[in-house]
Design a protein around this ligand. Structure first.
Ligand code: G16
Length: 547
């Protein structure tokens, strides 16, 4: 292949000018903001994806155009490394530099710097696979992405409309095809078949449980879940898809979806499930899931990512023990948002090692690779279970002496295929939870019994510049604005089991305030007092948060 043609890049860039006075940042999950501000960013991310592919010996890079849980007017873009994990962090800075280069000359300068610093062979082929969610702004942004890719002469595969985890799966499959690490058939059909077959094996011989109503946030999860359910077959899993309107503008994530349900702690619009029925919500790109039901007394009960982590960890630990592969150790990774009761249950009742890292799947995923089997879930329902290569080898080669051992081993092996190990995946996680509940013949109420959440509250505070908030200690302690943490600590000290922290969102233009305490009243009071502090200190703009 010829070297990079910088004049061609300059010419193409004139069609994607960077707006003046905007500073872009590669945040928690890539670039994310109002879609009408993203054209130049998407074009430049295309270039970066191609450069990274060249750097990694022409491996396929993944690019996803989505804003996940954000409102419909937003969009975003993120890069996926060859084995399905998030873009290596050291390259995030390059993404930010490219996005902020104002002129065509500056852009080319940054590209040349990336080439030199990474010793990139310009003549290597570049391969990029991309997909988008159902947002109306998606097609135009994909065209800008294609312009960026073409300007560097990249080979491309347009994967069309997909969930984010399907793109991660596809990227990993393409790069492992024909190797001993082959992750599966690189197609959407291959994805459904792999999951469906693994689910059948995981629940083999156990009776079906009641139907699951799934709120798909009027996003890409709706058609994809219907397709997955068809492959699984309703003889073993009955899924009722709700909020599946991907065509009417304004409905995506509106008063529904996993983020809404978790933040507001109430049923989504369009899911009026009766008492005792089982519900779940996906987010806009189907990488998060939370479960819920309405108790006999009418109380809404949420089973979030923390509950999924505890359920998955305890099931896997039991299987490992019964199968007799006890050398394999399980650990759990959480963030500061994990409910105090969840952490306490894992550490002190289940006696599992627990680590706490900063928000963002990229941080959790990395930490989870340190365990033989790493269970990671954010409280918001984003997560998965990772099996290390050694654990996989032990599980696949284990011999069993009893029928009980054989059965456990069979189910454990099924889980290694059922769980999307490239990234948190709402569809795969749904099947994981369902497989566990089927095996245990549990209702959601049975599952909920393990521990009782401390009342918690998440508040969004709109301020003029959220970047003045800087934290440390896995985001549990603020170091800037100076003095604010002491004020928060003083407030927290007044509440039984009180805990609160403040961090700038990496996906929305808000500051997030989390609080928990022994009672609902105390928790809400603490949350709103801390929110008030943030609002006053940082020149809040969106109306003072009130209870
Ligand atoms: C993304 C990240 C998650 C993170 C969430 C909120 O989720 O992948 O790890 O928890 O944003 O992040 P923040 O609090 O920084 O806004 P999603 O589902 O929106 O892609």
């Amino acid at each position: 292949m010829a070297s990079i043609n910088y004049d061609q890049i300059k010419e193409a860039a004139t069609h994607h000018p960077k707006p003046q006075d905007i500073k872009y940042t590669y945040g928690t999950a890539g670039f994310r903001m109002r879609a009408d501000l993203l054209d130049s960013v998407v074009f430049r991310v295309g270039i970066l994806a191609a450069l990274r592919s060249k750097k990694l010996d022409s491996k396929f890079l993944g690019v996803m155009v989505t804003a996940s849980h954000n409102p419909e007017r937003d969009n975003g873009i993120k890069l996926v490394d060859p084995y399905g994990d998030m873009l290596e962090q050291s390259w995030e800075e390059y993404a930010t530099q490219l996005a902020n280069s104002q002129t065509e000359d500056e852009l080319v300068e940054v590209i040349k710097r990336i080439v030199v610093e990474n010793n990139i062979d310009e003549t290597k082929e570049a391969n990029v696979v991309y997909a988008r969610d159902t947002r109306p702004s998606g097609p135009a942004l994909v065209m800008a992405l294609e312009d960026g890719l073409k300007s560097v002469g990249s080979e491309v595969i347009d994967f069309g409309i997909k969930t984010t985890p399907q793109l991660h799966y596809m990227t990993c499959c393409l790069n492992t095809k024909g190797t001993e690490k082959s992750y599966g058939d690189p197609s959407e059909l291959g994805y459904y078949k792999k999951l469906a077959e693994a689910f059948r094996k995981a629940v083999d011989g156990k009776p079906r449980i009641s139907a699951l109503y799934v709120d798909c946030a009027n996003g890409v999860g709706a058609p994809k879940l219907s397709e997955l359910a068809r492959h699984v077959g309703d003889d073993i899993l009955e899924v009722i898809v709700a909020n599946d309107d991907t065509r009417t503008q304004g409905k995506l994530n509106h008063l529904c979806g996993a983020d809404y349900v978790k933040t507001c702690q109430r049923l989504p619009l369009g899911m009026d499930i009766e008492k005792g029925k089982r519900g779940a919500s996906l987010d806009g790109d189907a990488d998060r899931i939370v479960f819920y039901f309405v108790d006999e007394d009418g109380t809404f009960k949420l089973l979030d990512g923390d509950k999924i982590a505890a359920l998955a960890a305890s099931f896997v630990i039991d299987l490992v023990k019964t199968a007799g592969v006890e050398g394999v150790k399980v650990g759990v990774v959480q963030t500061a948002y994990a409910n105090g009761s969840a952490t306490n249950y894992l550490k002190n009742v289940m006696k599992v090692p627990v680590s706490c890292v900063s928000t963002g799947v990229k941080h959790l995923h990395h930490e989870a690779t340190k365990y033989d089997i790493g269970v990671y879930f954010e409280a918001n329902g984003h997560g998965t279970v990772l099996f290390s290569p050694e654990a996989l080898k032990t599980i696949s080669s284990a011999k069993c002496e009893t029928a009980e051992q054989e059965d456990a081993l069979k189910r454990l092996r099924a889980l290694t295929d059922l769980i999307n190990q490239t990234v948190g995946d709402a569809l795969s996680d749904m099947l994981l939870v369902e497989a566990i509940l089927v095996n245990k013949q549990w209702t959601l109420k049975d599952w909920d019994q393990a521990y009782t959440d401390l009342p918690s509250r998440l508040v969004k505070v709109v301020v003029s510049d959220r970047h003045i908030f800087k934290g440390t200690n896995a985001e549990r302690t603020l170091i800037e604005p100076v003095g604010l943490q002491e004020k928060i600590d003083a407030l927290v000290g007044k509440y039984k089991d009180g805990r609160s922290f403040v961090r700038p969102s990496g996906t929305e233009d808000v500051v997030r305030v989390y609080a928990e305490a022994a009672t609902r009243e105390e928790c809400d009071e603490l949350a709103y007092k801390v929110s008030g502090l943030v609002y006053d200190e940082a020149g809040g703009t969106g109306g003072r948060p009130e209870e």
